[in-house]
Each structure stands twice: as structure tokens, then as C-alpha cells.
Design a protein around this ligand. Structure first.
Ligand code: ZN
Length: 191
């Protein structure tokens, strides 16, 4: 759902004290098999300016990578936040913080990619539609209903927040088709 790669500079912010709210974002996308992609992310609880700055930066990184979605762990931020834009139009930028997926119904399969899994493609079964409950960058709650592509993006990105990747969901055929590339990514990884 997010696919490609990117380069970018960090946009770390500090809270009022000395504690850093979010780490400096990495120069490169966090890619498989980086263990940071496998952690369950903590909710965001403080909604200061750094949250909006993080969301803005994530949208930029997503677009640079030609992605339609990007989750916190992919930029080294293990917090429950993801951004998406299913159309590429600026007015369709969306930010979901502390999301919950509800009322998922139907099953459809479609091919997905992931910015953290370069060159990997896999057919993934997802619910066709559902509802998302989340808060915005100011901590204000909202709910949206969605179907097809947007619902698929929600499910893909929400998986990231629980440390789950498309390679966990792909079938045996795709596992074989992607075996070489996964081995390559593992060999490239320098911990
Ligand atoms: Zn992904």
C-alpha cells in the first residue's frame, strides 16, 4: 500500500522538558528485516505541536516514496499513527492517530506493496469495507466509513502498528515468488 523508497531529513521535535517526544526521523525508510517493524506501537497521549509536525513529515515521506500510506514504525516512530492518501490529491491527505478498525465486512483480494519491503508484491485478502475510529493531530476523535482502496490502506497500515507485515499474510505462491528478494533484503540489513 505504501511502496517505493525515499530519502529525507529528520524533523525531530522536543517537548517542553528535555525529553524528546519523537525521535529524529531516519534518512531512510525503516525496511525489513529491521526489528522496529515488529514492535507493537504505543498510543500517542500528548497532543502538542510535535504530533502535527510528525504527521506532516510522514505525509511528505509517503509522497516522496510514491506511497498511498505510511505508518509510524516505517520512520522509526513506534507510536500509533499512520497517514494515507488514496488519490494523491492534497485534499485527500489523512492522518489517523490511535486508530481502531470496526465493523470489517466482506473479503476481497488485491496486490499490495510496502515501502518497508522494496520490490515485494503480494496478493492479500482484506475486508472490503469497515469503519475507522481515531483521533486527529489535536486529539479530537472522529470516525469514517470506508470501502475498497481506503479500507485496504487502513488495514495495511493498522497492521504495521501491531508489528504485522504483508509477508505474514501472503500465501504460499507469493512466499515462493518473493523468496529471493526477501533473502536479498535480509542480506542487505545491517542491524
Ligand atoms: Zn507497509
Amino acid at each position: 500500500m505504501d511502496q517505493g523508497s525515499h530519502n529525507g531529513n529528520g524533523a525531530g521535535r522536543f517537548s517542553g522538558e528535555q525529553e524528546m517526544v519523537f525521535p529524529e526521523l531516519p534518512e531512510r525508510m525503516v525496511c525489513y528485516p529491521d526489528p522496529r517493524l515488529r514492535e507493537a506501537c504505543a498510543p500517542i497521549e500528548d497532543f502538542d505541536d510535535s504530533v502535527a509536525a510528525l504527521a506532516e513529515r510522514m505525509l511528505q515521506i509517503m509522497k516522496t516514496g510514491d506511497g498511498v500510506g505510511l505508518a509510524g514504525p516505517q520512520v522509526g516512530v513506534c507510536r500509533r499513527i499512520f497517514v494515507c492518501n488514496p488519490t494523491g490529491r492534497p485534499e485527500d491527505d489523512r492522518v489517523y492517530i490511535n486508530p481502531e478498525l470496526l465493523d470489517l465486512v466482506g473479503t476481497v483480494e488485491a496486490e499490495e506493496g510496502c515501502l518497508s519491503l522494496p520490490e515485494i508484491r503480494a496478493v492479500i485478502h482484506r475486508a472490503r469495507k469497515g469503519r475507522i475510529r481515531a483521533v486527529d493531530v489535536n486529539g479530537e476523535p472522529f470516525e469514517h466509513d470506508g470501502q475498497d482502496l481506503i479500507a485496504r490502506i487502513w488495514q495495511h497500515e493498522n497492521d504495521h502498528l501491531g508489528g504485522r507485515l504483508i509477508i505474514d499474510r501472503m500465501d504460499a505462491t507469493d512466499r515462493i515468488a518473493n523468496k529471493k528478494q526477501l533473502a536479498y533484503l535480509e542480506a542487505q540489513f545491517k542491524g
